[in-house]
Design a protein around this ligand. Structure first.
Ligand code: CUK
Ligand code: CUA
Length: 642
């Protein structure tokens, strides 16, 4: 009873504190030092130092900013359609948003993780999770487009994702909601949670050369809710650490019932061992259904395939795969420092930060220094025997921790709305700076790598009251840039973001900008409906299906007068942009065509499907201002009765 009272008090304090920090204006300029403007100013014609890839939360997108300027360069549709890119409207891109439940052009994208080589971002790909209809995406940084998406079976809410191992051998995707395994056995009473609900951790294997990925195997665990994870690095490479909340295994009123226990867990997985067992043929094959969608750069088309099987290894069948470390109290982030020695847990309701030692954990495992009771068949390491130490009274509501190159950690505090810098060895707080307001994730440039770049830290905040001009009942989401090169953090800049930002990555510009695709070579275009030049443009009828092979070049379509289409026809406009100059896309739209519009890059072919609903004359035109005669880039389609 006492504990429950204490808990309710804490929850009430959180609510009060959130509304307090959100409503009390602190003055826009209060924390900004003199030459902040000069340090974020990137003069016209010059480039930013870093690309900043930021999750767009429930917008389903990822956006690309420059640092230190905070300038927005691009919004990349990942789990969304996007008219600005023509994404999700063309026949070629629609399969990217297929799932085993059908076409779902939305999701909730929380985390971005770079591809790594030897623990450093290599500038090739970004990985992104979706939290609703569980999916994992790979974004190609040469094209800045989504290249691949897989759905994750046996999973409800792929929140604990997409964290990668030191060389991106695997991307991890673990379920936030424990659920019964997929299949007909899933129809069980919710009250049977403890017997029937399970956690699953997917190991998604990434091809080092092409980046193509698929699920290699899954680990099944007792009904744990996985929130976030980090792979070991350096000395802890080969291990994986996942935070687990709701060790109570509650299934109703989680706000209270999942917050009873003083400690939940961090699950430590020896993934190299798991891989060995999988390769030795252990585990069982389970029938599932999951979509695997790929965009092919040669045909400029995506395919969607349903896969039907996954190999599952139950951690309870193995003695040396999984160990639980008690962690106070509803842990959210779990983050591994650059050397790989320290694992930092962030209990949302804890008044301290526990720092675990990888060496001590290994000793505890070797000496079987376990609690008397296992949890769901998994040994529980004694808290003290894995603990390096605790940071005392760091702030309220710790969420996430990132690292610099000098042995310091930076933790975001949602409730007390601040970022706290502390020394990992000494466990001492060095500096604290307020955020405006209620920071969620934070990111240090390279802060999850083996050698953080340091220099910049960005806070991604949940609330922006009084920081920006109001825009109705909703205010913009926003980020704040800090300079962390000195002893004290210095606030430099506020900038609005697209959607609610969660995790983000920063990669040095030089690793990406020179790899950027400029045009697609039209001679390498293997689209089945390409017209390589105006001489190949034509209209072909096949029963009720009409294929229009269209070309675009400044500033006309070929053909631009199309007749012979009849009511009841299914018309496919295959638009090939025969330009071979950088940044010379043409758009395509027709009056009343439900598929909306295309945007076709030089050398690319994209298809708009149209089933006319009436007879008449329908103007078509280019939607992207491409030349002085852009307005003239238009034509007519005639639809006649059958
Ligand atoms: S969660 Cu967003 S503040 Cu979904 Cu990574 Cu912690
Ligand atoms: Cu082509 Cu405007």
């Amino acid at each position: 009873m006492k504990r429950r009272k204490h808990l309710l008090w804490l929850l009430a304090a959180m609510v009060v504190s959130i509304s307090f920090s959100a409503c009390k204006p602190r003055g826009a300029g209060s924390a900004v030092t003199g030459n902040a403007a000069a340090r974020t100013y990137v003069p016209p014609g010059q480039y930013d130092e870093f690309y900043n890839f930021v999750s767009g939360g429930f917008s389903g997108q990822m956006s690309v900013y420059g640092l230190p300027s905070g300038r927005l360069f691009r919004v990349i549709p990942v789990f969304s359609v996007d008219p600005e890119k023509g994404w999700g409207f063309s026949e070629e891109t629609k399969p990217m948003l297929e799932t085993s439940h059908g076409f779902i052009p939305w999701d909730d994208l929380h985390h971005i993780e770079a591809s790594f080589t030897d623990g450093m971002p290599d500038g090739k790909w970004m990985f992104a999770n979706s939290n609703n209809t569980p999916r994992l995406a790979r974004i190609d940084l040469a094209t800045h487009r989504t290249a691949e998406i897989i759905e994750i079976p046996n999973t409800g809410g792929n929140h604990c994702s997409p964290f990668t191992t030191e060389n991106s051998e695997y991307v991890i995707a673990a379920t936030r909601f424990s659920v019964p395994p997929d299949g007909p056995g899933g129809d069980v009473p919710i009250s049977s949670y403890k017997e029937n609900f399970k956690g699953h951790i997917s190991f998604v294997r990434v091809d080092k050369e092409t980046g193509e990925f698929d699920i290699a195997f899954q680990l099944k665990t007792p009904g744990l809710n996985f929130d976030l994870s980090s792979a070991g690095k350096g000395k802890s490479n080969g291990w994986l650490f996942l935070s687990c909340y709701n060790s109570e295994q509650a299934h109703t009123l989680l706000e209270v019932s999942a917050s009873q226990n003083d400690k939940d867990f961090i699950l430590a997985i020896n993934w190299k061992k798991a891989e060995e067992y999988f390769k030795a043929g252990r585990g069982t094959k389970q029938a599932v259904r999951y979509a695997h969608n790929k965009y092919n750069e040669e045909t400029h088309s995506a395919t969607s395939e349903i896969k039907t099987e996954v190999t599952v290894l139950d951690v309870a069948d193995f003695e040396d795969l999984a160990y639980l470390i008690p962690c106070p109290k509803s842990p959210h982030g779990t983050d591994v420092n650059p050397t790989g020695e320290y694992i930092i847990g962030s209990g949302k309701l804890a008044a301290l930060i526990p720092v675990f030692s990888f060496d001590k954990l290994q000793n505890a495992i070797a000496n079987k220094d376990f609690e008397a009771e296992q949890y769901g068949g998994i040994p529980v390491v004694k808290y003290e025997s894995a603990l390096h130490g605790e940071v005392e009274k760091p702030g309220l509501g710790p969420l996430h921790t990132e690292f610099d190159d000098k042995g310091n950690a930076y933790t975001s505090f949602f409730v007390s709305s601040e970022i706290v810098k502390w020394n990992i060895e000494k466990l001492e707080v060095i500096d604290r700076q307020p955020t405006y307001y209620s920071v969620g994730h934070l990111m240090v440039a390279g802060g999850n790598s083996k050698k953080p770049y340091g220099k910049y830290l960005v806070a991604y905040n949940k609330i922006t009251k009084d920081r920006f001009l109001p825009t109705g009942p909703e205010l913009c989401h926003a980020a704040q840039l800090f300079d962390i090169s000195g002893e004290k953090m210095e606030l430099l800049l506020d900038f609005p973001t697209i959607g609610e930002p969660h995790y983000a990555q920063a990669v040095p510009a030089d690793l990406i900008k020179d790899r950027s695709v400029k045009i697609y070579d039209i001679n390498a275009n293997k689209h089945p409906y390409i017209a390589k030049g105006e001489s190949e443009a034509r209209v072909e009828r096949n029963g009720n299906t009409v294929h229009v092979y269209l070309t675009t070049i400044r500033s006309h379509f070929t053909p631009d007068n199309i007749e012979g289409i009849q009511l009841g026809d299914e018309v496919y406009f295959h638009v090939t942009n025969i330009e071979q100059d950088w940044d010379m896309p043409h758009g395509f739209a027709i009056k009343g065509a439900g598929n909306s519009e295309l945007l076709v890059m030089p050398g690319e072919t994209q298809t708009l499907k149209w089933v006319p609903d009436r007879t008449g004359i329908f103007p078509m035109y280019c939607t992207d201002f491409c030349s002085a005669l852009h307005q003239e880039m238009s034509g007519y389609v005639r639809v006649s009765p059958k």
